[in-house]
Design a binder for this molecule. Sequence first.
Ligand SMILES: [Zn+2]
Length: 139
Amino acid sequence: MKTAATTGKKEGEVRICMSPDCNEPLGEGRPDKKFCGDGCRNVYNNWVKKKEQAEIKNIDQALKRNRRILKKLLGNMGEIIVTEKQLRNEGFNFDFTTHTITSKIKGNQFIFSYNYGYRAMGNGKFKVVKSFYGDTMPE
Ligand SMILES: [Zn+2]
């Protein structure tokens, strides 16, 4: 697979299309030309997008799994206390989070996977909550 680094123009070098699996020389023309045509530009852009998705796939999956686990444990409750063991047994991964929200009244910090979050209560216990932006937060 060619990259920008290998197709970068050097003195006396023939520039070739940056699209993967295309080796067409670009010929004369604008010095910033990178592709032999719109088709190759699309192939290249899709290739970059696919590569990016592959890089973040594992993290995406862990975040979505975390969210599903919190959602399942919470059920229809507004908040619930669970143990670390319960979370780990479900496959919860504490390494990945999307963001944190600090509750306004008590200043407690909740750690979120999307719209489901938790807060460490000590002694291996966690409070699980659900929140959307703009919703009221637990104290
Ligand atoms: Zn091409």
